[in-house]
Design a protein around this ligand. Structure first.
Ligand code: APR
Ligand code: PHB
Length: 398
């Protein structure tokens, strides 16, 4: 098979890229290791910045998102037992975010791809990338045949590494050409999904002496809640009842009274990590999304960053084919990384502000409370949180 762009990884980044390239008449194939259902079974965050909403529209898949997504103009920060609203809409001159699960984003993109008759190769095993230091890169994978091990090869002009944190593309870049920055946090998030009405119409980020908690949602009838837990905790240690009991203890009296509990549909523990790869281009292979960077989930920047990488990449490839210029490609890494570091900084800072760090002692907690007090009561402080939460425009600082 020969295509212009071989996209490795069929998560939200790979699928959005596929759709933007298709709209521009560029021929691409997606090679995904898992099945479609497996990809859709992963529960991830669900807050879309305006830039991401616009990209879904540009990709032609925004219809269900606008019908079912929930527009939020603010969120609450809870500390010392009291809730304070950050009025994002007012503080940013009218910007909002959209609460719409990453699973739904991916499903809409997959459906559009299928409807357009575009090729996605699912259950491709042993995917390898070759010759991306030349202008004839290749992707190989195994599928079909006896034992599912028939080898297939795709020739292409470019490889897009949208294969997530554990993917093959970043791992195939020459070690001497790559620099990685990483911070691992000493706790995880225990998440629960339940078919219960959300405790509040907006999100609540809670800084409690017992640890961080987040009240989020997927719809008016489906809630998503998280608790900060030690990394040594196992999901089996947490019955639903124990989860709800602990969540109640981390909320304010009003939320505690309003909380509706029920059986969990999903329960998992995720570690928290800040991670950035530099650069994001190796000859004719590009990294995008989780393949290149991870943020801790406080602030829900992961999907949004993946979407903006993909936008910069699709623009660069469109310029290459239509305008015969490599300027966009040459600039890709730098352009992405500037935006990525800004979001990494915010996610790291917001994580530090809201979680319990026992190693920082009582004085650490006092510093957090003073900072929260400042943010709530200073227009400048609140605006800084709001402007980062709603996200930077695509062309910021230009
Ligand atoms: N070959 C083919 N596909 C692969 C390989 C491989 N060697 N390794 C991984 N994949 C696939 C995974 O199965 C997955 O479907 O690549 C896809 C990567 O998808 P994601 O991990 O969802 O990453 P991305 O598309 O960049 O989306 C970023 O995910 O983690 C969240 O917060 C993050 O919301 C953000 C989003
Ligand atoms: C979620 O709904 O899963 C979610 C929302 C906001 C976050 C993180 C996760 O900051």
């Amino acid at each position: 098979m020969r295509v212009q762009v071989a996209i490795v990884g069929g998560g939200p980044a790979g699928h959005l890229l596929g759709q933007l390239l298709y709209k521009a008449g560029i021929d691409a194939v997606i090679i995904e290791r898992q099945t479609r259902d497996y990809v859709l079974g992963r529960i991830r965050a669900g807050v879309l910045e305006q830039v991401c909403i616009d990209l879904m529209d540009e990709a032609g898949v925004g219809q269900r998102m606008h019908a079912e997504g929930l527009v939020h103009g603010g969120f609450d920060m809870l500390f010392k037992g009291e809730r304070h609203r950050i009025d994002m809409n007012r503080l940013t001159g009218g910007k909002n975010v959209m609460v719409y699960g990453q699973t739904e984003v991916t499903r809409d993109l997959m459906d559009a791809r299928q409807a357009a008759g575009l090729t996605t190769i699912y259950e491709a095993s042993n995917v390898t990338v070759h010759d991306f230091d030349t202008d004839k890169p290749r992707v190989r994978y195994e599928k079909d045949g006896p034992n599912g091990k028939e080898v297939h090869e795709i020739e292409c002009d470019f490889i897009a590494g949208c294969d997530g944190f554990h993917g093959v593309c970043r791992a195939s870049a020459p070690r001497s050409a790559i620099r990685e920055y990483e911070k691992i946090y000493p706790f995880g998030w225990l998440g629960i999904l339940s078919d219960t009405p959300p405790v509040h119409h907006e999100l609540i980020y809670a800084n409690s002496p017992r640890g961080f908690a987040l009240c989020s949602q997927r719809s008016h009838t489906r809630s998503r809640y998280y608790l900060q837990v030690p990394l040594t905790d196992k999901v089996e240690d947490w019955s639903d009842e124990a989860f709800w009991q602990e969540l109640r203890l981390r909320l304010d009296p009003e939320a505690r009274a309003k909380l509706v509990t029920g059986p969990s549909i999903e329960k998992s523990i995720a570690p928290l990590r800040s991670f950035v790869t530099e650069p994001m281009r190796f000859g004719r292979m590009f990294l995008a999304g989780d393949a290149a960077h991870i943020v801790p989930p406080t602030g829900a920047k992961g999907l949004n960053l993946a979407a903006t990488d993909v936008k910069y990449l699709s623009n660069a490839l469109i310029e290459f084919y239509q305008d015969k210029t490599e300027a966009g490609i040459d600039n890709y890494s730098e352009r992405c990384l500037r935006r990525i570091w800004r979001a990494e900084r915010f996610s790291w800072w917001f994580t530090g502000l809201m979680h319990r760090f026992p190693e920082n002692g009582e004085i650490g907690q006092k510093f957090q409370e003073a900072e929260l007090d400042y943010l709530i009561h200073s227009e400048a402080g609140a605006r800084s949180v709001a402007e980062n939460y709603v996200g930077l425009p695509l062309d910021f600082g230009e």
